[in-house]
Write a protein that binds this ligand. Structure first.
Ligand code: IFM
Length: 765
């Protein structure tokens, strides 16, 4: 096995890359996300620990966000009176590695202190995938040139903030049995208790070592200081195990703080008894079980970076999804940073959900159950705006929070004022994106239970919203005015193609399912609670204006787009830093040009591919591709897949590589605020939906692979209608193996209809 294709490496310490590495090497398990901050502290670091679903509003002038919880990683290390820091003395053999196979982060360095004393240090860390409340650390220090007096200071530091906002009031600090440290903090508005409990153990050459321990408490902080001597060539090992529980945990519901504290302490003892090695082993086995033995994507490519990128994607997709709790969803920056405040966007349904639908359908179901549980807020939003049905928030957080999009953003270069953010008010396509997510889940899984409990209601309620949102036009048709489509460079447009096409589709889908459920007790039950006005849906669907392709095949992105001025975009198409157009123009000026931030009409064409002819697809590709700047990370994967559909294999591969580089590439600042969760889903989409050719077209499962020249083989797994199918694609054959074998699967492969029972082997040449 090629180990290089499993390991994300940082070969040299670069203080400018602290934020990036913290994000892309983030560890977690869907319950928590821990940025890969170093044990010793540096200026420019952004230490962060985020627990899914624990939103808090710092002040009424701000929207709620995931609070940055206490830091339990920090260790101050003094060696013979000199503080270990890579910014003093000299060092060699530095390496930091995140091993996707085991989920372990390892850093090592040989450090020469300013005095000339030499030490080798190893730092290991795991966030357990097996026990989602546990973080384990191990540090090894070996003095090479003389004996050393080691002073270590570590504990739980609740002085963390979100860029200055302190989300917690200080709670209890306890030191139990002269050994276990515990800190409680409570969010100021949502009133969620966080209980951190930690144990630190020292060993010399593998044997437990008795050391001088001093407890220190400060505001929002509990620490222990350890002092010990270690002889030249011996190794001092520090093992620190921390557990985290919150009153938001389902099993802590209704518990008093003291009960959570007691539970945390007992749980820590059990975890600490396993030691770092035991915990790391358990977690690595869980990685194998859930991901690498279960649903791996493997590629034989001439470029090893491709396999690494796909593992990067699967690793992050695993740690970003709160599969344990259907009251939570995925944030646009996952749990890896403060960016977008932990909020959930359409990124979930359009970019990440397909991964879970095909590989971990239970997680996909949980993510869509979250939307169902958010329906009260969506209904309230619709009502507040004078509509009926469910208008989903553009940004959402806790179930009852409703719309949480901030009202202002970055500075306007012309006015010098913060730019108003209108997405929460008028980027309304999110409601059909949710409907699309539900439908795709159903089409791939056939999960009737989900549909009966949640799915139909979501589809009906979003259709009802669209029916109430449509406006009468002078032309006798119905329009959707004043919206933002996927291309966020255009505010307040009328008849956005993406929104209108999907609104009509949403209405038609509701009608189809209403017909299907006619005379069933389920429909009767739904009718008791909801207003299901079939005739209104039908009338509105009939009269809605959807921009048809022009004679040359181009679909107008909105009513005015094709009349806007065209400028030379070369400079921005070749930019090193996204959003460079804002250096020259303000938002209003950009709104007057034919320039797209991200895939828009092209995304419509991809998601609704059965609705458009090859000629229309080609015309729109030729028109919009040169006008799209990919200033949103969500754009490249769509273009990659479409480039492949257009037969431009080199361009598809180049776009795949660019999508991989959003987080993994050389730009040192691009991931400071967290990884790009949707775009990571997009990496998987490029490989499996793009090159692997697995799609849901009009609800039917279709496979039409098209491997890039440099790929010899691609293997992946997909759950199709309750069957786990291994799909192996090479230049000469396609092999499908049904590993579940409890049912058959109908699938179209390269234009021919097949029924998969056990195995299919299709020769290509
Ligand atoms: O949802 C996206 C949006 O499409 C572009 N701006 C960033 C958001 C969060 O990723």
């Amino acid at each position: 096995m090629k180990r290089d294709e499993w390991i994300l490496k940082e070969d040299g310490f670069n203080p400018m890359a602290l934020g990036k590495c913290e994000s892309i090497m983030c560890q977690g398990n869907g319950y928590l996300g821990l940025r890969a901050a170093t044990e010793e502290r540096y200026i420019g670091e952004r230490r962060g620990l985020f627990i899914a679903g624990t939103f808090n509003q710092f002040h009424e002038s701000e929207v709620c966000e995931l609070p940055n919880a206490a830091d339990c990683l920090e260790m101050g290390i003094d060696l013979n009176g000199e503080t270990f820091s890579l910014l003093s003395g000299t060092f060699k053999d530095y390496q930091r590695e995140l091993d996707f196979e085991t989920g372990e982060l390892h850093r090592h360095v040989e450090w020469t202190a300013p005095s000339g004393d030499v030490y080798v240090l190893h730092f290991y860390r795991v966030v357990s995938l097996q026990n989602i409340h546990t973080i384990a650390q191990r540090v090894e220090i070996t003095p090479l040139s003389s004996h050393a007096t080691v002073k270590l200071s570590t504990g739980i530091n609740g002085q963390m903030t979100n860029s200055g906002s302190q989300h917690f009031s200080e709670g209890a600090k306890r030191f139990y049995d002269r050994r276990y440290m515990q800190l409680v903090q409570t969010t100021t508005q949502s009133n969620i208790d966080f209980v951190f409990t930690t144990d630190v153990k020292l060993l010399e050459n593998g044997k437990a070592k008795k050391v001088d321990t001093h407890i220190a408490m400060d505001r929002r902080k509990i620490f222990s200081a350890f002092t010990t001597d270690i002889s030249k060539g011996s190794t001092l090992t520090i093992e620190k195990i921390t557990t985290i529980h919150t009153s938001r945990d389902k099993n802590m519901d209704g518990c008093e703080t003291a009960e959570i504290q007691a539970f945390g302490l007992e749980h820590l003892k059990v975890q600490a008894a396993l030691g770092y090695a035991g915990l790391a082993k358990q977690s690595a086995e869980t990685w194998q079980k859930l991901v690498w033995h279960n649903i791996p994507v493997t590629v034989d490519s001439k470029n090893p970076h491709h396999q690494l990128a796909l593992r990067f994607a699967q690793y992050h997709l695993q740690i970003m999804a709160p599969a344990h709790d259907n009251r939570m969803n995925i944030g646009a920056k996952a749990l890896s940073g403060e960016g977008y405040k932990g909020h959930t966007f359409w990124d979930t349904e359009i970019f990440a959900l397909p991964y879970y639908i095909f590989t971990q359908p239970n997680t996909a179901r949980s993510l869509e159950e979250y939307r169902y549980l958010s329906l009260p807020g969506a209904r309230e939003k619709a009502k507040g705006n004078g509509y009926t049905g469910a208008q989903f928030p553009w940004e959402s957080a806790w179930l009852t929070d409703g719309e949480v999009t901030p009202l202002f953003g970055a500075a306007d270069i012309v006015t010098g004022l913060p730019i108003p953010i209108l997405t929460g008010l008028i980027e309304i396509h999110i409601s059909c994106d949710v409907c699309l997510g539900v439908w795709q889940y159903y089409m791939a899984t056939g999960d009737e239970d989900f549909m009966e409990k949640y799915g139909y209601e979501l589809i009906f309620e979003t259709a009802t919203f669209w029916a109430s949102r449509l406006e009468d036009g002078a032309d006798g048709l119905l329009h959707i005015n004043n919206v933002i489509g996927p291309d966020e460079y255009k505010d307040g447009v009328d008849d956005d193609a993406f929104t209108n096409y999907f609104a009509r589709w949403n209405l038609h889908l509701a009608m189809e399912y209403y017909d299907k459920l006619k005379d069933t007790p389920l429909l009767a039950r739904l009718q008791e609670r909801l207003t299901l006005d079939y005739d209104k849906w039908a009338e509105k669907a009939e009269k809605i204006y959807v921009p048809a392709p022009r004679e040359d095949g181009v679909i107008p992105q909105n009513r005015t787009f094709l009349g806007l001025k065209d400028i030379d975009l070369t400079k921005y198409k070749t930019q090193k830093q996204v959003g460079s157009i804002y250096n020259d123009f303000n938002h209003e000026q950009i709104g007057e040009m034919q320039v797209c931030k991200q895939a828009d009409v092209l995304l419509l064409i991809l998601l609704m591919e059965a609705a458009f002819t090859p000629e229309v697809k080609r015309a729109n590709w030729n028109y919009y591709e040169p006008r799209t700047l990919h200033d949103s990370s969500l754009s490249l994967s769509t273009h990659c897949i479409l480039a492949g559909d257009m037969g431009d294999d080199d361009e598809a591969l180049a776009l795949f590589e660019r999508a991989c580089n959003i987080d993994m590439g050389p730009n040192l600042q691009s991931s400071n605020d967290g990884v790009h969760a949707g775009s990571i889903g997009g990496i998987w989409q490029c490989a499996v939906l793009g090159f692997g050719g697995l799609r849901l077209v009009g609800g039917q499962i279709r496979l039409a692979p098209k491997l890039p020249e440099s790929w010899d083989k691609l293997t992946f797994y997909a759950w199709l209608r309750g069957q786990k199918v291994k799909i192996e694609v090479s230049k000469t054959e396609i092999i499908l193996e049904n590993e579940t074998k409890t049912a058959t699967v109908e699938i179209e492969i390269n234009g021919n209809q097949h029924v998969l029972t056990d195995m299919l082997n299709i020769k290509l040449k």
